[in-house]
Design a protein around this ligand. Structure first.
Ligand code: MN
Length: 214
């Protein structure tokens, strides 16, 4: 969604479906807390942090890329909140209440790079389970080649210019109400909700980048 420049503050992106649409994989109560409390707080905190700074007129992606790896406490805070806003926007769009399957170029790439969808999903769930502490599991592409990645806390592959196709949030707040400490069960359920149409759009966008120069 494009917005005119100088349109700060950042806004909480609309949830692309109803709060109960992902149940039982993710309950309405989890979505309510995750979206209306956690995600919203990252947006509000980011707006407070960037007000009056050189980041106030940057696009979200540019803020993430500019502050990634910076050492000052203020830049770390901006990175963490900007990263989490981007990651959560991407997470909600990575999931869908409608069952989908990869097809076309995406299906071919999955066959070539993983040997099939089952192997991809197994690696994806393993990455999410193995991520130590808070973080994210990702399906990414580099020059069209697919791979699985995991990142800690607010970090995302986009910060290092890697093209992201899908993500799953593995912070405890994403699953604790539904699965308590059993992250693997959450991952097992949530990989059935992945939005393969969104993944295909993101794979195609690597060939035709529309992103602003960072
Ligand atoms: Mn989260």
């Amino acid at each position: 969604m494009s917005k005119p420049s100088m349109s700060k503050p950042f806004e909480l992106s609309p949830l692309p479906y109803d709060e109960d649409a992902l149940a039982p994989a993710i309950s309405a109560r989890t979505v309510e807390f995750h979206y209306h409390k956690h995600h919203k707080t990252y947006v509000e905190t980011l707006n407070k942090l960037v007000a009056g700074t050189r980041y106030a007129d940057m696009k979200l992606e540019q803020i993430v890329r500019t502050t990634a790896g910076r050492e000052t406490e203020q830049e770390k805070k901006i990175f963490n909140n900007a990263g989490q806003v981007w990651n959560h926007d991407f997470y909600w769009r990575s999931l869908s209440p409608h069952a989908s399957k990869p097809d076309g170029k995406l299906a071919q790439a999955i066959e070539r790079d993983f040997g099939g969808l089952d192997a991809l999903l197994k690696q994806f769930a393993a990455a999410g389970t193995e991520q130590f502490g808070s973080g994210w599991a990702w399906l990414v592409s580099s020059a069209g080649k697919l791979s699985i990645a995991k990142t800690g806390n607010a970090l995302d592959p986009m910060a290092r210019h890697t093209n992201c196709l899908l993500t799953v949030d593995v912070w405890e707040h994403a699953y604790y109400l539904d699965y308590q400490n059993v992250r693997a069960k959450y991952l097992e359920a949530v990989i059935g909700k992945l939005n393969w149409e969104f993944a295909a759009e993101n794979l195609a966008s690597e060939d035709h980048p529309v992103r602003a120069a960072a």
